[in-house]
Every structure is written in C-alpha cells, then in structure tokens.
Design a binder for this molecule. Sequence first.
Ligand SMILES: Cc1cc2nc3c(=O)[nH]c(=O)nc-3n(C[C@H](O)[C@H](O)[C@H](O)COP(=O)(O)OP(=O)(O)OC[C@H]3O[C@@H](n4cnc5c(N)ncnc54)[C@H](O)[C@@H]3O)c2cc1C
Length: 386
Amino acid sequence: MDADVVIVGAGVVGLAVAVAVARADRTVFVLERATTFGTGTSSRNSEVVHSGIYYPPGSLKARLCVEGNRRLRALAEEGRFAFLACGKLVVAVEPAEIPTLEGLLAVGRANGVEGLELIGAADVPRFEPHVRAVAALVVPSTGVVDSHGLLRDLVGRARDGGALMVYGCRVDAAEPMAGGYRLHVGYLAGGGDTLTARLVVNAAGLDADLVAALPGLDVDAAGYRQEWVKGNYAEVGNGKQRLISRPIYPAPVYHGVRAGAGQAAFSGLGVHATRGVDGRVRLGPDVEYLSGRSEQYGVRRGTAESFYESARRFLPFLEPDDVTPESAGIRPRLAAAREAFADFVIAEESARGLPGWINLVGIESPGLTCALPIADEVARLVGELD
Ligand SMILES: Cc1cc2nc3c(=O)[nH]c(=O)nc-3n(C[C@H](O)[C@H](O)[C@H](O)COP(=O)(O)OP(=O)(O)OC[C@H]3O[C@@H](n4cnc5c(N)ncnc54)[C@H](O)[C@@H]3O)c2cc1C
C-alpha cells in the first residue's frame, strides 16, 4: 500500500489534519490503534474552548488558541456541533489575587483576546449571583464545545475529503527510505502489514514521543520526551449544578513568576468549575504526575473531598455530599518543561535528517481549542513539501 500522507492518531488533532490535507489527488490514511476515533485525550478533557489569556504573547499556544477559538465558534454557528457561547469568569476571592487577574487581562489583551473586562465585587452577581468573589475577569469569548460532536464532524469532513480511516491499526516501526518512509503496522485483529508514505504526520497524543522515535530520532536530544500528567474530575450534583451558568476559574497560582509577565508557568489552571453543553458541572482537573505510562482513568482517592475544599472558596453553596468522583484524563507534557511554560511542538524534521516527517508533540491544553489551526500549520508544511 502506498500513501501520500499517513497521519498517526485519530484524536482531534489527527482528524483536523486529515480535513486540512485531504485532496482528491492525494492518498491520505489516518491510522488509529483503537477501534474508533477520539478515544484518547480528545474525549477526556474539560471541553472548554479557551480564549487565549494564559499563554505568553508570541507563543504558538497564544496565537493558535485565539485563532482556534474563532474557528470553532464559526463552525458552531453553522450548526455542526453543540457549543455554549457562555463566556467564563476568573475570580479573585481575596484582594491579594487581583494582581493575578490584572496580569491575565494584560496578557489576554496582548494576545488579541476580545471583550475582556475586570469587574468588582458589586458586578459579579450580574453574571453569577451565587459565586463569591471580590473581583472577576470576564472572558466573553470562552465557550464550551461538545467534543464528541466536534470529533464526529471532523471524521465526516475528513472522509468527504477522501481520507481513509483505518482503525485497530497500530504503527509499530518506521524506516526512512528514498522519497519517504516504510511503516510497519500491527492490527488489533491480529497480523501486520507494511505501507509506504511520502509524508508522515505524528499526531499520536500521549505516545507522540514514542512515535517520533520510530524513524530513529533522538527524542531526548530533541526535547520531545513527554511525561503523563493526569487530571481528575468530580461532578457537582444535588441540583447545585444549576447555580452557575458558565465556567468559573480561580486566579491561577504562579510559581515564582510575576503575574502579568505572560509566563503562564503554573501547574494547571487551578481546580475550576466547568459546564458541559448538557448542563453537567464538573470540578477539576487537578495535576497528578504519573510515575509510569499506564492509561488508567480511575479517579484518585480523595479527589471529591479536596475539590470541595478548593472550590467552596468561590462556590460557597457547595456541601461535601454535592461533589462525587467523576472521570479523568491524561495530558502529554514535555518532560523538560516540568512546571514551566512549554509551547506546542509542530516540527518538520528535515533538519534532523528526516524530511517529510512532521511531529506534533506536547499537545496538551489548549490542544482541543487549537486543533484546527494546528492542522493548518501542518497543511502549510505538507504543501511546501509536496
Ligand atoms: C484533563 C484534561 C483537560 C483538558 N481540557 C482542555 C480544554 O478544556 N480545552 C482544550 O482546548 N484542551 C484541553 N485539553 C487538551 C486536549 O484534550 C488535547 O490537547 C487534545 O485532545 C489532544 O488531541 P490529540 O489528537 O493530540 O491526542 P489524542 O486524542 O490522545 O489522540 C491521539 C491518538 O493517537 C493514537 N495513537 C497513539 N499511538 C499510536 C500508534 N503508534 N499507532 C496508531 N495510533 C496511535 C491514540 O490511540 C489516540 O487515539 C485537556 C486535556 C486533559 C488531559
């Protein structure tokens, strides 16, 4: 089998790439080891379409987030998937947290996020009457997407464009050859095969570093090694989920980095409350570094209790038995970065002796928001190589 482009991974990023590169005169395969699309991180996240207030100006995350937000809103307006144009609040519970909100406001404006407004305690009830805050940053462009609807839409459009989805097909090895790569795949059903590809796009999410290593790239030297960082969620029930109407985030905790410097170097965004398009309210995710690579999605013991303690600072109506363990997802985080800011890696590897091999590594949050513009970057690289 010969392909022009092979995309490894049918998460939101691989599927968006398939939509962006599929053309009548190109053979495009999407190889996915699971039995269907979107079973990894793409269906285990907060579903927030981020605005772009957290990322250093000039970074890929900042630019692609603002662009991805705009693109997803436009597609949602066409009725392609469910979307809540609800905005969000980032709240200061104590006056000492207000400078952090001012920092986010400055970063957001520098990144081109529209409509940001810092409000005082008296105005908070206009937005969220049950939330406790001495000030809040109103972020109108944040939304919530039905991630499954988005994934379904992307698969449909990729197929319409001529891309072929192959499920239950794991890419195990890759050898550079003249004009491309020979890929060895193993089928879930048993047996294996080889195919050749002129161009390979590695969109393997949690295993993107392992796939990057297949053609012989030294991932440690390249800084591509990923560690797995779990995020646990708990659900708010007993009717309390109806007391907020948009995601509510605390002021993020910075690690020795001056707020407003644009260095979004904090471990996660703090335990926050998000709404699903179905009205479900979840608390989380937290930040749990995993010691190994085991795709275990059980919720850590004590999650509900600790989330209740964190969230009741700004959701004072919560009682302990309103919060129950719900689910978890795992982020692929660039190991070298630890808790510092790490940008997405979108790299065509000619300079490392692997022409036509494109790696997408460290695609953690806001990867869902950024999938479409990440795919455009890849399509541009593919166009240059074609
Ligand atoms: C807890 C949590 C909360 C998040 N919240 C948000 C949010 O609110 N907003 C936001 O924008 N982003 C969020 N994100 C980030 C977002 O979910 C991810 O960035 C995005 O889903 C990554 O998509 P992906 O396609 O790169 O990876 P994945 O969805 O993991 O897809 C990769 C695919 O590759 C396949 N694969 C791997 N290796 C192979 C192989 N060798 N052969 C074949 N197939 C292979 C896997 O099976 C998988 O299906 C969150 C992430 C987490 C973990």
